[in-house]
Design a protein around this ligand. Sequence first.
Ligand SMILES: [Zn+2]
Length: 314
Amino acid sequence: VEISPTSVRAAVVDASGDILAEARRPSRASAEAQVTLEIALEAARTAVETLNSSVQRIQAVGVAAPGRLRAAEGICVSCGDFPSWREVQLAAPFGDAFHLPVSLIGTTQAAALAETRFAAAHGLSNVVLVRVGIEIDLAVIVDGRPLSLGDAPPGHAGHMVIQPGGPRCECGESGCWQALAGREALVARVVRDISSGVSSAIPAAVDNRLGAITPALICRMASAGDAVARSALEETGRFLALGLGNLIALFDPEAIIVDAVPSLVGAALSHAAEAALKTSRRAQVFSRCVLLSPSLGDSAPVLGAAAWAGLRAG
Ligand SMILES: [Zn+2]
């Protein structure tokens, strides 16, 4: 089961990561936890019922959820995506409904586990997944299992300081990684250059509404040769590479999966960061680590939740 502020998805998944049956329902960030849980339980029952005769063969339930988790207790402590949630028991309702062991895992960790077991990083056992949005978070897979430290996975990588005195971050600090390499930083560089008079085809593409510029548009314009888009992408890639270099130094992974939505933005940022890493002074140190693109799309969290439940159930 994957619980997100826009949808709830339940799937019956086999050991090789194939989805045998599934159900999706819309959800709302403002909804009380009880309402969202009831939607998720109904979706899970529907997915299981679709399978008919195979019901008794289900071994375990995995739940992927955002926010700060006490995963071993099945609890979501708090969650930016669901502002009203406090100490919500996410696992027990599924245990009561299905009489099966239930494992809770963070959404990004689930995605990393799925990509490692079934897809982009298949066959590797030490992998970092970096999700670049407005925020940057990450999940670390060590020896094939998600790394957790205490209550929460090490997901707040977006707040490591890359440039002291740099742009202000929403956390109050200056120069955080996500303030320099997140999607808003990419857009801000383009707006800065256009506002200072550098020639670009981007204003015409958005009818001069600079607020309508998106990372996807910037990536398309960069491919078409627009100099402002290219330079913003390169600069953002250099800052992304600084953080990735730190992660490589910390975790020495075999691969880093760079994930962003839509995928063309992820691919463009990854490409820009790779170019920067290759020309860095420590390029030799980083050469053992490859940058990959995710390949499971929006199925990754639900597949990872199932994989985690399977791993825990043995
Ligand atoms: Zn910050």
